[in-house]
Design a protein around this ligand. Sequence first.
Ligand code: COA
Length: 285
Amino acid sequence: MTADVSRPPSPSTQTSPETLSLVAFTADHISGAHRLSQAAGWPHRPQDWELLLGTSVGVVALSRGQVVGTALCSLFGDVAALNMIIVDEQMRGRGLGRRLMTEVIALAQSREMRLCATTDGLPLYQKLGFVKTGTVMQFQGIAKAGTPAHRIELGTAADIAKLAQMDHDSNGMDRHGLLMQIAQDARILLAQNGFALVRPFGRGYVVGPIVASDCTVALSLLAQAGTLCAGQFLRVDMAPNAAMEQQAVGLGLDYVGGGTTMVHSARPRPVSAFTTYAIAAQALG
Ligand SMILES: CC(C)(COP(=O)(O)OP(=O)(O)OC[C@H]1O[C@@H](n2cnc3c(N)ncnc32)[C@H](O)[C@@H]1OP(=O)(O)O)[C@@H](O)C(=O)NCCC(=O)NCCS
């Protein structure tokens, strides 16, 4: 095939990975990062990137001032969630993904590292020593009202300290700061032994995390999220659980795919009275 001499090659195809600069991810990079995530088919809005950057450190790859790669490391106490690993399609397969991962692994220091892998990312993460721990199932659609079997109330930011403790018990992550940030823009659903956050995300709303002492409480929280968002786009990302999956489908949400949860340098965790039934986001666990 001969090159079209009437048009210059696109900047990214002329750039080799060696000529890239990797710099700290700042708010100035969000619009470039958003362009990348859109090109990858991800629904994140600039505000969703802002939320992630608010609890993360990270790195971007720049080529002639353009963001061509991103990687974030969200710091949650003893655990780091690695996320938003994206390489411009024109630059893939040339080692940039590995370079970005190497940077954020260093930012995680000695923490346990978790991530949710796409099919694209899985081989890279396996090569870097991450091991599979489970799967995430993504359901979404136009929500229908549900019928909670438990009494659900609306909480306020004043409840977040208690909820962050339940969240920590269920998954080992210290996410008080993240939950406070989410709470600014979210509905807080409270059950006697559990809670859920419903916030704007991507194409509509997302419910997560859903943390509860048992599945019946989680089912009620999910049902209430359906009621809250009835007639609007709602998404939930969950570990496989037949009752929760059935509830999601009953609320009008379809299974649309998911990801593989992975860990590196896992630490033992005490048995907890709480379980995370739906994650905050694939990026955040
Ligand atoms: C995942 C992604 C970031 C990888 O970026 P990349 O720049 O292409 O990755 P690299 O070129 O550094 O390749 C990484 C390694 O994976 C290997 N690899 C890639 N695809 C593979 C496959 N199908 N089977 C086996 N190995 C594979 C490469 O050979 C390379 O190994 P090496 O470092 O030992 O040579 C990129 O594909 C991407 O942005 N995908 C879309 C967004 C996405 O899904 N991100 C992952 C989110 S969890």
